[in-house]
Design a protein around this ligand. Structure first.
Ligand code: NDP
Length: 420
């Protein structure tokens, strides 16, 4: 029995909300609040036709505005807020949760919309020097809320998507059930789906392109090692997909796992990309289309990457066109009872099956389902403790069980092929 406020109604939100409404014993009441009210109302209609018993309401909100959020939370009185808008809104929504005394859940760590913002930029530059990685997103902004959430007796659960999210739960599960010590973690994100476009992104283009065009980095012996974008390349044979080229990227769960499992000697993240995607991205970057700095065009200020987002297919529209599977998981190496051990824990998800179930492709599905599961565990009290946490900091068992139940079954394979 819980009343939840969901902010955002894009690709990921649409899945998280539909899965919550399938799980109507837990999610008895749910409000969808986003910038474009018509999208919220359309989804409400779809859910009502599905026969779900969840009582759904909708509202318009500007999540950049804490006062507006506070007003909405006070009037709806949810137990928790699930933020599936954009990472730009993480801090305003956390502020509103603190002010109103409700739990907070999200799927991506904070980054600013304007990376030239003079109040943010010097702090970012200092962090780059101190920590050794230059991605625009990092946990420091949200970890800084730890004392305030603790004092208020509230839980903030950060990054409960697939990666981050499930991948960190896999790490906690491996540690609990398979290893005495974990030596290395390789997170592999393979999308074998084909949408038929020469170029499109599977989730918000702005966030996706910022992530992929940034320098790569990994953690070794507690230190960040940064490399030029796309400069470490491997081929891997994925079950359900086949052989794919993958590239080392910076990714947010490396930071949290590096802090929470300091005994792990090396943590890396690889994502697969096709040649067409990489060629387009390089070209767009070379001509300045990935820039976040506003430019003046015929008297109007435009941000190139936001303009590009308008030209690209809406990720939510890729569902009917995308065929193939994803395979996302983690390879762990380490020791158990004095012996070397290695395992791969992963999920294979089929784009078209996702589309048949909820009208979305597998990238939104593999993020939306864990967003629902994290929210459920906070709502039912199984994952509730005061402070700010990532998904590796709770008992992984109920989450793993819920993945099997709610559409993302996983496997454990012993002695997988390792990534050199
Ligand atoms: P979309 O762009 O599809 O959806 C974003 C939604 O947020 C839209 O409905 C948008 O409104 C709404 N929104 C944006 N700004 C505001 C605002 N100021 N006030 C209110 N609503 C707003 O993004 P995705 O669904 O692809 O991604 C959602 C989140 O999931 C992102 O944070 C992304 O980084 C994260 N993610 C996490 C993954 C993981 O595995 N952990 C993987 C993929 C994504 P409108 O409809 O008007 O545009």
């Amino acid at each position: 029995m819980s009343r939840i406020l969901v902010i955002g109604c894009g690709g990921v939100a649409q899945v998280a909300i539909q899965k919550a409404c399938q799980n109507d014993e837990v999610f008895t009441e749910l409000m969808i609040a986003s910038r474009t009210l018509s999208k919220c109302d359309e989804l409400k209609d779809k859910i009502e036709k599905s026969g779900s018993r969840t009582k759904v309401t909708t509202a318009k909100v500007d999540a950049d505005n804490t006062e507006e959020l506070v007003k909405l939370i006070r009037s709806y009185q949810p137990e928790a807020v699930l933020n599936v808008a954009l990472p730009y809104q993480d801090l305003t929504i956390m502020d509103a949760c603190l002010e109103t005394g409700v739990h907070y859940i999200d799927t991506a760590n904070y980054e600013p919309e304007d990376t030239e913002d003079p109040t943010w930029r010097p702090i970012y530059e200092k962090r780059c020097k101190e920590k050794g990685f230059s991605a625009y997103f990092d946990y420091s902004w949200q970890w800084a809320y730890e004392e305030r959430f603790k004092k208020a007796g509230l839980t903030a659960l950060l990054g409960t998507g697939f990666d981050p999210g499930v991948t960190s739960v896999f790490a906690a599960y491996a540690k609990k059930h398979y290893f005495d010590t974990i030596d290395t973690i390789d997170i592999l994100d393979c999308n074998g789906g084909d949408h038929g476009y020469a170029f499109a992104t599977n989730f918000n283009p702005e966030i996706n392109l910022r992530e992929v065009s940034a320098p790569g980095s990994y953690m070794e012996n507690g230190k960040w090692i940064e490399i030029p974008a796309m400069s470490i390349h491997r081929e891997y044979d994925f079950e359900g997909v086949g052989k794919k080229d993958m590239y080392l990227l910076h990714h947010e769960e490396i930071e949290a796992l590096g802090r929470n499992m300091p005994e792990v000697k090396r943590i890396r993240f690889f994502m697969t990309f096709g040649q067409s995607y990489l060629d387009h991205m390089r070209c767009l970057e070379d001509v300045g289309m990935l820039s976040t700095e506003p430019v003046n065009f015929n008297g109007t200020e435009i941000v190139p990457i936001q303009f590009l987002k308008e030209l690209l297919p809406d990720p939510a529209s890729l569902g009917p066109r995308t065929k193939g599977k994803t395979n996302i998981g983690c390879i762990f190496t380490g020791k158990k009872d004095g012996k070397e051990r290695s395992i791969y824990i992963y999920n294979v998800c089929d784009h078209q099956e996702c589309y048949r179930e909820v009208g979305s492709q597998a990238i939104s599905y593999t993020t939306g389902v864990p967003a629902m599961i994290g929210t459920m565990l906070v709502a039912n009290g199984l994952w509730r403790k005061p402070g700010v946490f990532t998904t590796d900091e709770f008992d992984p068992d109920p989450y793993m069980e819920a993945l099997n139940k709610w559409g993302l079954p996983w496997k454990v394979v012993e002695n997988p092929t390792l990534v050199d």
